[in-house]
Unconditional design. Structure first.
Length: 364
């Protein structure tokens, strides 16, 4: 018997005829605070007449916490963004998972990478989003691009640098990366929210950029810039019939204060313009949507994903990344794209919870 089944209508919330939802937020990754913001928005959108909602936090140290009333008292305001309080009471894991479904709005390693998904599969608690394998593959940009290429989808040129390669032969690595030309983007392979990314315009800057990215992840990916391209996003959502569909597209326009859509442009200032829906030439949006669903299926994703593209001036569509748990505040791109498609934020959250319950756990 699973934890969810054993719980019946007991456990915290005493949710007779209500669906018991644990919103799992925080986590050990550098995207901890973004997860807290997303989780707070999701909790506000869940109708208390239908759901008994509990916030379950994972501290930066990996400690699981839960307030006695299940509320957001576990959060504290950091210097600029919220975080799970180090003073919040610790919780017993089995009590945290004494629910019908978990919404693991965790971003980055130890949350979006299959780690938590594996735990939930083991104890038999349904959860929103992709499973263990697809979460792990999509989290690592190198493995993700290899899988997408294998499915016949166009991605940009890239070089993966493992920790062993860099430590044993950095000069050879630099020669390999030199074949990409300039500029390039040096990225931690398993980070999100543009953390640790450096745009490199000179070969002299490359070694320092790699060392900087390695502070976030010893595994690095270096990507060739796609020139004269627009940044286009598309959301994918699994419907009640289990079939994924694509949203209207969005465009990110970054002003001259930033070289690219970095962490500050995303979360801390107003230096980017988000155009929803994007104004695209005839036929391009349909092509992006078709490729987004193909990428979703290629990685065996489930529930939701945001798929990022570059669209060049001559109409070439290049797939950049697949994010299996995108930012989920009410102003984040993923909910905004679905809003432009006719699915409001509360309905979007409802659909994801319903899909998780429909899917359950186990092999699919």
């Amino acid at each position: 018997m699973t934890l969810a089944a054993a719980a019946g209508h007991g456990g915290y919330g005493r949710a007779v005829n209500r669906i018991r939802v644990a919103v799992l937020l925080g986590g050990r990754s550098s995207e901890h605070s973004i997860s807290c913001i997303s989780g707070r928005s999701i909790m506000a959108a869940l109708d208390p007449a239908r759901y008994a909602v509990t916030a379950v936090g994972i501290g930066r140290d990996g400690r699981w916490v839960r307030a006695a009333d299940g509320g957001l008292g576990i959060l504290t305001e950091g210097e600029r963004l919220p975080e799970v309080s180090s003073h919040a009471p610790s919780a017993v894991l089995s009590e945290c998972l004494d629910v019908d479904v978990v919404f693991p709005v965790l971003h980055g390693p130890w949350g979006e990478d299959g780690s938590v998904q594996g735990l939930l599969e083991t104890v038999g608690v349904p959860y929103v989003g992709s499973g263990v394998l697809s979460s792990a593959v999509a989290m690592d940009k190198g493995f993700m691009k290899a899988a997408l290429e294998g499915a016949g989808l166009q991605v940009g040129r890239y070089v993966v640098i493992t920790d062993r390669q860099w430590r044993s032969g950095p000069d050879q690595v630099l020669r390999d990366v030199g074949g990409l030309g300039l500029p390039v983007f040096v990225k931690p392979a398993r980070a999100g929210s543009s953390l640790g990314i450096v745009k490199v315009g000179s070969a002299d800057e490359l070694r320092a950029a790699i060392e900087s990215a390695r502070k976030h992840d010893p595994r690095i990916i270096v990507e060739a810039a796609v020139r004269d391209a627009r940044e286009i996003e598309c959301g994918v959502l699994v419907g009640p019939d289990g079939v994924p569909s694509a949203s209207r597209c969005a465009e990110i326009i970054v002003n001259e204060r930033h070289d690219f859509y970095d962490f500050e442009a995303k979360y801390l200032d107003d230096s980017a313009t988000l155009v929803v829906p994007a104004e695209l030439p005839e036929g391009i949006e349909a092509r992006v949507q078709e490729m987004a669903v193909r990428a979703f299926d290629a990685l065996a994703c489930d529930g939701l994903a945001r798929v990022d593209f570059f669209v060049t001036a001559d109409g070439e569509v290049v797939l950049n990344e697949v994010n299996t748990m995108p930012g989920f505040t009410d102003i984040s791109l993923y909910p905004r794209m679905w809003g432009a498609t006719g699915v409001a934020y509360p309905e979007l959250v409802d659909r994801l919870v319903a899909d998780a319950l429909r899917k359950g756990t186990g092999l699919h």
